[in-house]
Design a protein around this ligand. Sequence first.
Ligand code: LCS
Length: 393
Amino acid sequence: MDTSDKGFNSKLIHSGGIVDEKGSAITPIYQTSTFRFKDADQGARFFSGEEKGYIYTRLGNPTIEDLENTLTDLENGYGSLATASGMAAVNTVYLTLLGKGDHMIGHHALYGPSRGIMEKLYPKFGIESDFIDATSIEEIEKVIRPNTKLLYLETPANPTMGITDLTAAVELAKKHNILTCVDNTFCSPYLQKPLDFGIDIVLHSMTKFINGHADIVGGILVAKDKVLFEQLKYVMINMGFNIDPHQAFLARRGLKTLGIRIDRAQESSMKVAEYLESHPKVEWVLYPGLKSHPQYELGERQMNGPGAMISFEVKGGLEAGKTVMNNVELAVLAVSLGGVETLIQHPASMTHSKLSREARDSAAISDGLIRLSVGIEEVEDIIADLDQALKLV
Ligand code: LCS
């Protein structure tokens, strides 16, 4: 059905546009590697692009396309590409937009590997980078060079929750002919639509809020126009970064409840953040919904809600933090985020451990920082769990 005039939650359920010929009410899993052509001429027409049709799953598949169309709709983009992981989406962007002699600028506190590969792997191909505090537009401007091709942002950033002013970042980038990409994983399109601010590419680790049930790994790219979409698609399909139909089906299924999951997790997150902030054993809390967040007002303007990710530090630093992580019972001590279950983890020794000490320090990822992904359990249970663990500090 045409969902263009429908609300967000209706799009979550009904967007996609793939109608199954056998009458299946939802788009089924087309678990096939290849597709039968009616005759040789049709196969040739599909390959030349003269006629649209399915050829081979790495190049396109109805189950995957249903998911991609839905994300295009939700993010207000031109087209989407689902990938095998969030990192496959990140690498598709890097490989598409950067070549020998090019330079990119990234926020210093990205998801660890999004920065790590740029500093460890890409220099081998003659690509240069600067990672700076992109919550400050002046800091971005300072490192722009004539060969800067990409401004890569995460807002709010993993795990420091820093927020970049998207309108100002786009204005600056456009002035210097730099393309912009936002990793929107922490928000999902329910809370933030970067393309509406003029950003060129949005990406997500679908492993997180989009799928929402901690049972797949996947990624997605949404391009604002046809030219970028075709460039990204060339890299994605030829590098073999594609998602498989079963994963895509699960992501599409999980996506249907994105709105109600985030509504609930976000309501609980506010209570958890307030609880932590008032706790005498907690040193600081970073949550976009708290007035104490350094970019609280920007977050209010730019996002439709503060989300379900909280970072905090226990007084006594890492040792005290370990006591909390080792003694929670309801919250699962595990990396990842954005699922229905509350997760707790320690970035300095886990998700961001491969970054150098210098990189972590400059990005303000302190040794004591603990990251919480608030799930949809009863909020009283989440708080009681943290409370009993904090008592042991
Ligand atoms: N972008 C962000 C913001 C992420 O948090 C992650 C994974 C990725 C990209 C990469 O996605 P993946 O390839 O894993 O689907 N973040 C993780 C985290 O914070 N804990 O474990 C994984």
